[in-house]
Design a protein. Structure first.
Length: 230
């Protein structure tokens, strides 16, 4: 019984706790992949690694003269590859903004932690779990003390026949970012409107003032500000 607890119980409990702690942080921030998802990813990775390291106990037969060679590293490669598809599912694009990168990275990380626990590398696994929590929580607090700048994608529409509107809009954007990066220019509404997109790096508290400057430009028919987030 003691051997079973140390061989299987300790890795599974470690995976449950580590996945829960990291998932709780994501859940608290309102991410789609939160508490339960992170637990399941970490737990399933541990279960598969435990199964791969115990291939001698598998109930199957082989052809005479052949032997089964256990290679847990293949299982680890397969787990991380499979989790990559799950991670891709939490990354999505809204307009020009991309969301979910940090959550995808945390899912991939808890999968790696589950592999470590399943392989019996508890010290390394818990070091990684604590480091992950530090990155997600403590460094988030540190980032608040750093000058708060964010990348914003701006799309502005105006009458295609309006002369000078594009220059006036870019002048308004330049007050927030001296070098706004042009992304795309297109005609919409059957060619009646021009739509230009830029990418800027601005202070978060300046977003309201930026929106007001764009709104005040003569000829602007509409605009969209999309801060990029994880």
């Amino acid at each position: 019984m003691t051997d079973l607890l140390s061989t299987y119980g300790l890795p599974l409990v470690s995976a449950l706790i580590a996945g829960a702690l990291i998932g709780l942080e994501r859940e608290w921030r309102g991410r789609a992949a939160g508490f339960r998802t992170h637990i399941l990813v970490c737990l399933s990775s541990t279960l598969l690694m435990l199964a791969s390291t115990s291939q001698g106990a598998w109930d199957f037969s082989v052809l005479p003269g052949q032997a089964v060679i256990a290679d847990p590293t293949r299982m680890a490669h397969g787990i991380l590859t499979g989790i990559g598809f799950l991670c891709a599912g939490v990354i999505f694009r809204a307009g020009f903004s991309i969301h979910g990168l940090t959550t995808a990275a945390s899912l991939w990380t808890v999968s790696a932690l589950g592999i470590l626990f399943g392989a019996g590398l508890f010290w390394l696994g818990w070091t990684g779990a604590l480091a992950t929590l530090a990155v997600l929580t403590a460094l988030k607090l540190v980032s608040r003390r750093v000058p708060d700048r964010t990348v914003v994608d701006v799309a502005v529409s105006w009458d295609a026949k309006s002369a000078g509107t594009a220059g006036a809009v870019e002048a308004a954007l330049s007050q927030a970012d001296p070098e706004p990066r042009r992304l795309r220019l297109e005609l919409i509404e059957d060619g009646r409107l021009s739509r230009q997109s830029w990418r800027l790096t601005v202070r978060s508290r300046e977003l309201a003032a930026l929106a007001e400057r764009i709104r005040s430009v003569k000829g602007v028919a509409g605009f969209d500000l999309a801060p990029r987030d994880d």
